[in-house]
Design a protein around this ligand. Structure first.
Ligand SMILES: Nc1nc2c(ncn2[C@@H]2O[C@H](COP(=O)(O)OP(=O)(O)O)[C@@H](O)[C@H]2O)c(=O)[nH]1
Ligand SMILES: [Mg+2]
Length: 220
């Protein structure tokens, strides 16, 4: 067993912890996060001229959980075990400085055809037209191979030269080894270097995602 009796002195003799500028910048400090509105048509999109970060992914992939855990709030973006429910674009104002946009989840088999079509129209219209969209974060499930729809969306974003980041979430459900394999597969299928793993449970990966967001906001 370790003897801790000397630990106090040991601590006293340690140099003070200096936080480097790089470390200070590691996490964005969230001072406010508020739901703005649900948009069903283009007229509903916010008029406030702020950069926007969109979150895209298959229903139930962990989109809302990612947004909530990035912001460090519970239940701002609604998490649900009933996939395919959100059919609007949901806007959140962060630090009064930029918007997070929660796009409806795609590829849910039990959603009626008309809704599927309207997803395509709504989301594509937004992605294609919105000039202030500075980053599209596409979420995939690290446990599964990206689906055809994941790949189609990714190709579409690349074709239209939209800045994007792939986040492979639910990483806590895989061993390190399986996670490495999964990421290699995503790299290969999606032909991109910009893949980061994430877990909404442990929040591992939060730095990387925030860094990408910060970078996109800086460029904007
Ligand atoms: N273990 C684990 N579960 C997650 C993670 N992210 C989401 N989930 C779970 O997956 C389900 C769907 O998540 P949700 O955020 O509602 O997905 P959405 O439909 O894409 O918004 C919920 O039961 C979440 O608790 C994660 O990183 N790890
Ligand atoms: Mg959701």
């Amino acid at each position: 067993m370790r003897d801790n009796s000397g630990s106090k002195n040991e601590q006293a003799s340690k140099p003070p912890i200096l936080i480097s500028d790089a470390d200070r910048r590691r996490f964005m400090k969230i001072t406010s996060a508020e739901f703005v509105k649900s948009a069903f048509t283009e007229d509903d999109w916010p008029r406030l001229e702020l950069p926007e970060i969109a979150f895209l992914g298959r229903s139930n992939v962990g989109k809302s959980s990612l947004m909530n855990s990035l912001l460090g709030v519970r239940g701002l973006a609604r998490t649900s075990s009933t996939p395919g429910r959100t059919q609007s674009l949901n806007f959140f104002l962060i630090n009064k400085r930029f918007h997070f946009v929660d796009l409806p989840g795609y590829g849910y088999a039990r959603v009626p055809k008309e809704i599927k079509q309207s997803w395509g129209e709504m989301a594509e219209n937004y992605l294609a037209k919105r000039a202030r969209l500075v980053l599209s974060i596409q979420i995939v499930d690290s446990r599964h191979e990206p689906t055809t729809l994941d790949l189609q969306l990714h190709d579409w974003l690349q074709h239209h030269m939209k800045p994007q980041l792939i986040v492979a979430t639910k990483s806590d459900k895989l061993s390190q080894n399986d996670l490495r394999k999964s990421i290699a597969r995503v790299h290969q299928l999606m032909c991109t270097e910009k893949v980061t793993t994430y877990s909404a449970t442990t929040r591992k990966g939060r730095d990387e995602v925030w860094r990408a967001i910060e970078e996109a906001l800086t460029v904007a």
